[in-house]
Design a protein around this ligand. Sequence first.
Ligand code: XIL
Length: 379
Amino acid sequence: MKIHFTLAGAPAVAGLATAGLLAGGITEKAAEPVTLTDAYSNYFLVGVAINQKQIDGEDQRGDPIIKAQFDSITPENALKWDATQPTPDGYNFTEADRYVEFGEKHHMTIVGHTLVWHNQTPGWVFQDKNGRPLSGTNAADRALLLARMRDHIHTVVGRYKGRIKIWDVVNEALNPNGTLRKSSWEKIIGPDYIEKAFQYAHEADPDAILRYNDFSLEDEPKQSAAIALMKKLLGEGVPVTAIGLQDHDQMKWPSAEREDETISAFAKLGLKVMITELDVNVLGGRRTAEVSEMASQGRANTYANGLPPDLERALAQRYADLFSVFIKHHNDISLVTLWGVTDADSWLNWRGQNYPLLFDREGKPKPAFYSVIKAAGEP
Ligand code: XIL
């Protein structure tokens, strides 16, 4: 679709009422909608993480945005272990089934997130049936956990074989210092839990793209450790086919140059690169609890009354800079996913005082949205 910009530089946005929203800047011709998917159709898919309300069709603000703006979805929580296998007694696919049906109905590339992670995995997974913690020094315990992991991966991936095209198989296995995270998976099974997870996923769906997904892969020494890990897995024939750079970014971190180098470094390994959880924390990367504490002491500028215009502009520029880097690497990047639809949905939202995404709390496109659209139009 052709994108028309008005003289005011504000295109109409599909799924949103243009009257009022773009008042003054709109002509009839320019009212043709503009979308992220269309703007990026020559580069890569643009995806979004969706939450339970959105999966269930209960979010009237988010629904038209998801359908009009994005061509891929990731479930924010619906496919995590605690959602699909909360107890040892059985699986619960109610939400996950709806998620996949949503994606199929709207012809989207459907992502599965995530199979093996240290978070949102119920305690029973790492205990025997009497509640005794499984031990890394006990061969039977290792075998039991491997069997549980295999059953989980085969059941979940197998159920959606051919429908979920991309899986986050292992999530966040590395520490910031580059060592393997001492998760229960690592402690009980050992470091080879990673290759086992990929093998099981590949057995369950040989055609699926299998990702290793992590955050802060732009930083050293974590980046070098991730490269070494990927080289080792690829060298051993482990079926990892993609790297997920989460990109939970800040205004100044990582720099565009560093993002650029990071994508090149992973692409060089022969892996597909995907940006999997993009957002920009305008509160400077501090944890919400920290910000909450600072705010209660009157020490934090938490932007309770909206983002100041200079910061709004800086956020738009930040998004444009990031997308320019992604565009530069479009031959290696197949998908860029935003971690949430509107600022109101974001996991970073703290009492309505963070502004990490492209749509505001009312679902209106922010200056950052327009700058992302514009970045795609630049030569
Ligand atoms: C977050 C979700 O957005 C929250 O709703 C949930 O409470 C916690 O998890 N890295 C990941 C994602 O891989 O699964 C996390 O999602 C954000 C960090």
